[in-house]
Design a protein around this ligand. Structure first.
Ligand code: SF4
Length: 332
């Protein structure tokens, strides 16, 4: 989530939480606010199709640079920030004009095939050889081909984003209607890369509708190495899911706003602690799950789809039995 889509205090709160949890957060496509520089070791720099705020130094700060080709909630549509949210601070960072709606095109105009991916990856590696390069794509039916093509182009991380993510700013007509749900995409990509003999050479990160600890465990059991969380963190910050994210002053909680007055509703230290609390609670659930399965680390869960049961395929009675005691009955 970029500076422009959410308040600066939310972005900094997430970065502070990422540092405490030894994980990563991402700039989104709105540029790299100076306030994030102290947390640079935990911040992914995103390079998206609009190239808003993309500068050489922000690529050089980053341990991971993400090339965003598409987003699962609105594949084929690009980003859209309404003029109401383009305040002077947002316009300065994005090098644009106050009050003008901003559209990110789709796709990158310099990329017409998966092979063209390589020149972007080489460009990033030239500027920052120490960075890992991530390629973010949505989940079309040939997502497995995109993944293997990205690997051969030199990507270290494939981040694929399913159709159930997105904030209230993603148009309803696109959400859940275009890309594949992430639970179908993960095993497809995992299997294909395994058959190609390159699965161990690349990191698979999944996102799009992963909203709680058990969703994370399921994604990993299906074959992901890790996940990206967006909406759940906003809910941890008391987002009420009203869907007004795109409007300038419509966020009841001061989260999805660039308005200085509303943005003060979220305190950075409070946001940091709320997000740390959420992941600490999730971690307890994962530890319990691993203990019950006799696994020593979450790494051992990767690709263990044999531990999953598709509840919709069961008879009513059997389904109720599984639901009452999921772990004993091998349902994550
Ligand atoms: S409270 Fe509403 S406007 Fe604010 S982030 Fe949540 S869904 Fe978006």
């Amino acid at each position: 989530m970029s500076f422009g889509s959410v308040a600066l205090s939310v972005i900094v709160g997430r970065a502070r939480a990422a540092r405490r949890l030894n994980t990563l957060t991402c700039t989104g496509e709105g540029g790299y606010p100076q306030e994030l520089v102290p947390y640079a070791d935990n911040v992914i720099t995103q390079v998206a199709t609009g190239l808003f705020g993309v500068r050489e130094e922000t690529i050089q700060y980053a341990p991971v640079v993400e090339l965003k080709y598409a987003q699962g909630a609105k594949p084929g549509l690009g980003g859209h920030l309404l003029g109401d949210k383009v305040t002077s601070a947002v316009a300065a960072l994005r090098e644009t004009v106050v009050g003008n709606a901003l559209f990110s095109p789709f796709p990158f105009h310099s990329v017409y095939s998966v092979e063209d991916n390589k020149k972007h990856i080489d460009w990033v590696k030239e500027m920052n050889p120490r960075a890992l390069v991530s390629v973010k794509v949505s989940t079309p039916t040939d997502v497995d081909m995109v993944a293997v093509g990205s690997y051969h182009a030199g990507a270290h991380i494939i981040h694929f984003d399913g159709s159930y993510g997105g904030t209230g700013a993603a148009p309803d007509i696109a959400k859940k209607n275009i890309a594949m749900p992430i639970e179908y995409a993960i095993p497809k990509v995992h299997r294909f890369l395994t058959e190609e003999g390159v699965r161990d050479q690349v990191c698979l990160i999944a996102s799009g509708g992963i909203r709680n600890a058990m969703d994370v465990a399921k994604a990993i059991a299906l074959g992901a190495d890790g996940v990206v969380i967006g909406t759940a963190e906003l809910v941890a910050l008391e987002c009420i899911r009203c869907g007004n994210c795109e409007s300038g002053r419509g966020c009841a909680r001061g989260i999805a706003t660039t308005d200085a007055e509303l943005g003060c509703m979220v305190d950075e230290a409070w946001a940091e602690q709320r997000i740390v609390n959420m992941y600490t609670a999730w971690r307890k659930q994962w530890c319990e799950l691993l203990r019950q399965y006799g696994l020593r680390s979450i790494r051992e869960l990767v690709g263990r789809s044999d531990l999953l049961v598709h509840l919709d395929y069961l008879e009513e009675e059997e389904r109720a039995r599984y639901k009452s005691s999921p772990v004993e009955h091998r349902v994550l």
